[in-house]
Ligand binder design. Sequence first.
Ligand SMILES: Cc1cc2nc3c(=O)[nH]c(=O)nc-3n(C[C@H](O)[C@H](O)[C@H](O)COP(=O)(O)OP(=O)(O)OC[C@H]3O[C@@H](n4cnc5c(N)ncnc54)[C@H](O)[C@@H]3O)c2cc1C
Length: 395
Amino acid sequence: MGETADVVVIGAGAMGCSIAFHLARAGAGRVLVLDKGGICSGMTYRSGALVRLHYTNPHEARLALKAYEYFHHWEDLVGGACGFQQTGFLFVVGQEQVAALRHNVAMLRTLGVDTEVVSPEDVREAQPFARVDDIGAAAYEPHSGYADPVKTTLSFAAAAQRYGAEFRTSCPVTAIRVAGGRVRGVDTAAGPIDAGAVVCAAGPWAPALLRTAGIEFSIRPVLAEVVYFRRPPETALGHMVYIDRAAGSYFRPADGRMTFVGAGHGEPRLGDPDHLLDRNTPGQEELARARIAARIPAYQAAAYTYGHQGVYDMSEDGKAVLDRAPGVEGLFIAGGFSGTGFKKSPAVGLVMSELVLGREPSVPIHAFRFTRFAEGEPIRGEHEYGFVESAQLSI
Ligand SMILES: Cc1cc2nc3c(=O)[nH]c(=O)nc-3n(C[C@H](O)[C@H](O)[C@H](O)COP(=O)(O)OP(=O)(O)OC[C@H]3O[C@@H](n4cnc5c(N)ncnc54)[C@H](O)[C@@H]3O)c2cc1C
């Protein structure tokens, strides 16, 4: 007899490990996580791991808010450590987007998000090293910050294993097996595995896998490159996490007195998730330096350390798909996170486990349905800022 599992999870990134943890904890039977590489060897490893709540639509904000509970109470809810650092967060806009910012902050406050609109002078007072003359306003979140994406994922995996989930690494899934409109399991390089349910959490690799089950999942692998600088004396003791729409970057403190900066490429490019560089391409250091120095001038002279590339799994509306696969019973998709999935991973694991187990999701996910694009109902906030592809700012 071949191998069997109750649920196979494809992918051991933040999503797959969180899904496995929640499934195993809920008693879903034999939960088997398969990854073609190691645990946290995909895009999660390359993530900025900003943990914030500023969104332009309530659907994503609710997921981020649910996940927030985990980051703030990790030891109790998961066990181990996620490396969460509560630095405070600023979402910075120019004058032309102040009205949208005010609407979004008001919307977020109705959901229970602790956030307020602050003036350029307030920013300057809190962060004396920041230049503020181009700022219209900022949304401030005192309890936001960033986490360690590797610790978070390994911690989910360890907790999943404590509840009995099994992990198999260096085990590529070559196909999702479907017969009679139902998922039957997966084929792997080491042989077939029968399963009653399969969850595809394969990040930017998801389209190729889902195609083997007859599902066309439309996402684009958009290249994202990040740069680390040594923090100059002005920010040596730290700074807040920023998404800076006015100057076109996002940045946060990083271990070893460094600052992690995402600043795009000028022009959007597609990337190959199997061939990403662990260094920067020519011009990237200069671009990132110019963008962060536009906000904190001391970075003009900051020492460059290193950088790396990643890809965003961009969906058509820049929002995730959390759903059953249409027409294939027992197949589930958690993908298309569009460069903003990490912070939601605890909540994604929770709602996906509930979906698999036929329970009502704790956070509404109807808006994230697979068919919304064909139905002409993409997720759009009433006051969107727009995805600045050239700056890799997903919001
Ligand atoms: C540079 C960068 C910065 C980011 N910054 C932020 C941020 O600040 N905040 C935020 O919230 N989000 C951020 N994101 C997005 C976030 O990191 C992702 O949304 C999240 O990590 C996705 O997790 P995942 O588990 O879906 O994918 P992944 O981590 O990519 O995991 C997918 C896994 O599937 C495995 N796999 C693929 N194909 C197969 C197969 N055939 N068989 C077996 N296994 C397979 C891969 O090996 C991989 O381990 C950023 C992303 C990037 C690239």
